[in-house]
Design a protein around this ligand. Sequence first.
Ligand code: MN
Length: 348
Amino acid sequence: MTVPSLPKLGTPPAPPPLRKIALEEHFGHPSLFMRDRDGGFDTRREAIIGHLGPEYFQLVQHRLLDFDTARLEAMDEAGVEKVLLSLTTFGIQAIADRDRAQSTARTVNDYLAERVRAHPNRYVGMASLALHDADQAARELERCVTKLGFKGVMVNGYSQVDAPDNLLYLDDARMTPLWEALTELDVPLYIHPRPSHNAVQYDSHPELTGAAWGFAPETATHALRIVYSGFFDRFPTAKLVLGHLGEGLPFLAWRIQHGINFSPNGRSTKKRLSDYLADNIWVTTSGNFSTQALHCTMLTMGADRILFAADYPYEDYAEARDFIETVPISESDRRKIAYDNAKALYRL
Ligand code: MN
């Protein structure tokens, strides 16, 4: 005999679906994929070089180039109203040639603007920039914001400038005009990972170079270079966004500052890392659907600094949706993270 449950007579109807805006969602441009001898996409070679499973990358590549069918269906199914679209890594940052990098950035930005215009209620553009010349980058950013209606910029890690081994990070003093433009236009800069350059620590361990591990230390280091070179003291209203729940920084913030307090090596900042995490840095949930990681990030940064992202097409919207809709947090924090924070930060 089954034991009858107590009757629930006063249960209100189910709440409306959770509204969602997703922040780190990627597209590809046909000119930036590897080609075979016949001019077709060399998907297999690209998968091997990117240390990605060929079956996985085949579907990803297909999804990167789609704006009108599967992407919108996946968004609909997961209740994602709007996404900010950005060029997939490494994008412009791997084009060492100055003229080619600058003209490709312009081409990609125009290409994206056209796709956004076809679905203006669903897509928002993020600018791609060549950083060989910060004044030129600032002008292209201004064009993207004021003429194309883009709401932010994504930089795919360090830039290879003029030569493959000449790496430029965003804390370079020559980047000052770009930071001036960012704060003047009041748009956030999102740093997206790319693998570390000449990373001997991953010799014979290709599985560790990318999203599994190597992306996080590389990108966290990039962000810390900006913090400890004092850019946020010079530009206190600058807004930096990191994916993957902050690339490990919320977990390590105390220890990083602790170590630098003992051995600053000539660096001095006006505030502690935890203060910059509270004032200048936001993080997204892209590709890190972990309850424990989210709770740690909320304790370090607060729910106001966390924004929903899936990392489509490298992740599935359904998995990102299941996470944000069920992770044990308050309903008010859930709504902020899923929707309200992005609306406010990107002024959507
Ligand atoms: Mn991504």
